[in-house]
Design a protein around this ligand. Structure first.
Ligand code: KG4
Ligand code: ZN
Length: 345
């Protein structure tokens, strides 16, 4: 007789910044993935922490209900609930953490705490229901994690054995996109819009300085300042400069950010002699970065792993998959847990 495997069903909850998200993963396979964004920040040109917490408070119950419904399961089918402990905005994290603690207590199921940055990386291990697109990186691999708050190169030796070998000393890559976008009058978050306009522009039209930072670390604040001076100078001479050159400006700043990221990633790959290369985080949704990695696959013989678009930006599927692997190790927490804005890996 063939014994069937017991199924392990995990609910994941993400609330670290401005997305309220819930997802269900069963035996590593995605059953549902719901994300509610927060348009309220658009008018302010960035995330307003107080407004983010309030929106999480409004969204969390409907988002969880929708995730359970879309997964076709009842809350009684859950084996554990995983949540983002940090890093992130404290007020936002408190909503997800408090909800999850109450939910776990009410349902009498274990609680699993998840590091958001680790989860971005483990998003590569989410399996689709139909077994398609299941190419996963093998250990050890390098992951370039690029989001609105972080820019890191991580040496991933195992699911929970990760070492940050390079990181930004000031702004994150996502911040560089968003700040450049703000300078040319685009709404927050500007990264996706720069990506969209860049597709119609000439990446070599304008040149911006590359930072000279030792080792595997990054810096983007000098680029932001150089970009601001460049735009001010050109607009001073030609008031419609941005309007007439929007596509080329976006293509040029995007290609500079990508060159900076790629040069350090190549250095890390050469030094570690690792050819398993992954990207993660919101900026890994960028089509220029994805293309640049595909080129490197051919040029350098890398095996490149790029997550599905919906697993790049903040989501709870990545929290649920991390929860699943922690469940397999019996790595649970208890009701004394609390969020940590600067939680490190
Ligand atoms: O990982 P994420 O959703 O949230 C954080 O943990 O920060 O990343 C958000 C960041 C924002 O800065 C956003 O502008 C950027 O990712 N982003 C992009 C693209 N999509 C999202 N940047 C460039 N191109 C994109 N297509
Ligand atoms: Zn993130």
């Amino acid at each position: 007789m063939i014994m069937s495997q017991p199924s392990i069903t995990i609910l994941g909850i993400e609330s670290s910044c401005d997305e309220t998200a819930a997802a269900v993963i069963q035996n590593g396979k995605i059953l549902s993935n719901i994300v509610a964004g927060q348009d309220v920040h658009k008018a302010y040109g960035g995330v307003v922490p107080e407004l983010a917490s309030r929106a999480h408070q409004q969204n969390i119950v409907p988002v969880v209900s929708q995730a359970l419904k879309a997964a076709g399961i009842s809350k009684n089918d859950l084996d554990a609930v995983a949540f983002t402990k940090g890093p992130g905005l404290l007020g936002s994290l408190l909503v997800g953490t408090s909800f999850t603690k109450s939910f776990a207590m009410g349902m009498n199921i274990p609680l699993i705490e998840v590091n958001h940055m680790q989860a971005h990386i483990l998003a590569h291990f989410i399996e689709e229901k139909n077994n398609s697109e299941n190419k996963k990186p093998s250990f050890p691999f390098l992951c370039l994690t690029v989001s609105g708050g972080h820019t890191q190169i991580v040496l991933v030796k195992d699911f929970f054995d990760m070492k940050v070998i390079g990181e930004t000393i000031d702004d994150a890559a996502g911040e560089a996109f968003d700040k450049a976008a703000k300078i040319i009058g685009l709404p927050y978050p500007g990264g996706p819009l720069i990506d969209k306009y860049a597709q119609q522009g000439n990446p070599n039209k304008y040149k911006f300085p590359h930072p000279n930072i030792p080792k595997l670390d990054f810096s983007f604040s000098g680029l932001k300042t150089a970009f601001l001076y460049f735009i001010n100078e050109r607009v001073g001479k030609e008031p419609d400069f941005i309007e007439y050159n929007k596509f080329d400006i976006c293509a040029s700043i995007q290609s500079t950010i990508i060159e900076v990221l790629l040069s350090k990633l190549k250095k890390a790959a050469a030094e570690s002699e690792i050819k398993e290369i992954a990207i993660a985080g919101g900026v890994s949704a960028n089509s220029g970065l994805r293309r640049a990695l595909e080129l490197e696959r051919e040029k350098s013989g890398w095996n490149v792993y790029i997550p599905k678009f919906e697993y790049c930006t903040d989501n709870a599927a990545m929290i649920a998959i991390t929860g699943y692997y922690k469940f397999l190790k019996n790595d649970f927490t208890d009701q004394r847990t609390s969020p940590s804005a600067k939680y490190s890996m």
